[in-house]
Design a protein around this ligand. Structure first.
Ligand code: ADP
Length: 144
């Protein structure tokens, strides 16, 4: 049914991804799909970048890579079918780019409940749902 499932993970919000990774694991098991875990390290505006150490982004990216690898183990994802990717940029933009580059046919991502601010500002999940060429599953948290 699916060949390549992309799971974008916000490593700054631990726990949000739990349900998405569990659903991705089940879908991958049913269809033999591979899973790509993606973290995007937000790029800093040029003015802020001046004040950061030269290796700031490189360090953030390798930390994110390690977090994804740990999540893959913790979430019991099939080790031979999972890969991790880290990109630098705006999250929704890089999610869409990675979906194209990896020929993803499904994106599974956790999404917050919509709030007024979300309607006004937009959100990563909304951008991805609107612009992705492939199917997108946006998983809301369980009702409290
Ligand atoms: P937000 O407004 O915080 O983007 P959404 O509910 O629209 O909230 O989307 C949250 C989802 O967006 C996360 O579960 C994750 O899939 C994706 N996402 C957000 N930030 C990142 C990031 N830095 N790297 C990868 N994915 C991200």
């Amino acid at each position: 049914m699916f060949h390549t499932i992309l799971c974008p993970v916000d490593t700054a919000e631990p726990g949000l991804e739990t349900k998405a990774l569990s659903v991705a694991r089940q879908l991958a098991a049913e269809s033999g799909a591979s899973i790509t875990l993606l973290a995007v390290v937000p790029d800093m505006p040029v003015m802020a970048a001046e004040y950061l150490p030269a290796d700031f982004h490189a360090n953030q990216m390798s930390e994110a890579e390690q977090t994804l690898k740990d999540l893959a183990v913790k979430s019991d994802l099939p080790q031979d079918k999972v890969q991790t990717r880290v990109r630098l940029g705006r999250p929704y933009h890089e999610i869409l780019e990675e979906a194209e580059a990896s020929h993803a046919d499904l994106i599974v991502m956790a999404s917050h409940r919509p709030r007024l601010a979300t309607y006004l500002l937009g959100s990563n999940a909304a951008h991805v749902v609107r612009h992705a060429q492939c199917s997108v599953m946006a998983l809301r948290p369980e009702a409290a």
